[in-house]
Design a protein around this ligand. Structure first.
Ligand code: ZN
Length: 220
């Protein structure tokens, strides 16, 4: 099974009902997510771009990048966005033993918590959010993480921004064509995805803002 279609089929969502694929709502809300950062220049560019639309988002950070760029990480929090765990080294669940996978998540969590402001801060969202790299996680790994209090956040819309073989126009169409109230859209704050992401994100923000949508961070 592959998780790379732009829109996740209903059958996949039904197979994994304990994962969060979208957030049911009648309101015009979209949940933008950014994986694989923080990354120098790119993450700050996203923060500035989001700010111009008063948009909030969720950043699934790689622990190793949090460790390398703590100031960038703190900027995300300062700007009022939510943070999620994306493992320490971006490991593939299907190829990693459960104990090793849990230790990857724990390592990333340690760096995230170290940089986190004191509790009761109005800006930091305390919910433990986790997104498996590549969308690949075994049931055993997911169950263990859920027991530790993590919510497994998947998505219902992929922009496929990381693929340099698709045009900026296709990336934009990917991001808007199937998006609905409560959709979770995936972008990346990585070097690889930056060309398509930087071309697409401002257009997505404008397109949906013009239709009365707001962009919120995931708070469960
Ligand atoms: Zn990733």
């Amino acid at each position: 099974m592959t998780l790379t279609p732009v829109k996740i089929p209903l059958v996949v969502k039904k197979m994994f009902p304990n994962y969060i694929w979208d957030i049911a709502t009648n309101e015009k809300i979209i949940y933008l997510t950014f994986d694989d950062g923080p990354t120098p220049d790119i993450t700050n560019w996203i923060l500035d771009t989001l700010k111009t639309y008063n948009a909030k988002a969720t950043f699934f950070c790689i622990g190793n990048n949090v460790e390398k760029y703590p100031e960038l990480f703190r900027n995300i929090i300062k700007n009022g966005h939510a943070i999620g765990n994306h493992t320490q080294n971006h490991v593939k669940g299907w190829k990693t033993k459960t104990d090793d996978y849990l230790s990857e998540v724990a390592q990333a969590e340690e760096h995230i918590q170290k940089e986190k402001p004191q509790p009761h801060s109005s800006t930091f969202k305390a919910a433990k959010l986790f997104r498996p790299p590549y969308g690949k996680i075994t049931t055993q790994q997911a169950n263990a993480l859920m027991k530790l209090g993590y919510k497994i956040i998947m998505w219902d819309v992929l922009s496929i921004d990381w693929n340099r073989n698709i045009s900026e126009d296709t990336c934009f169409k990917n991001a808007i064509s199937k998006t609905k109230n409560g959709s979770i859209i995936v972008f990346h704050d990585s070097v690889k995805a930056s060309k398509n992401m930087q071309a697409t994100l401002p257009k997505v923000l404008k397109y949906f803002t013009d239709q009365g949508f707001v962009f919120k961070s995931i708070a469960l």
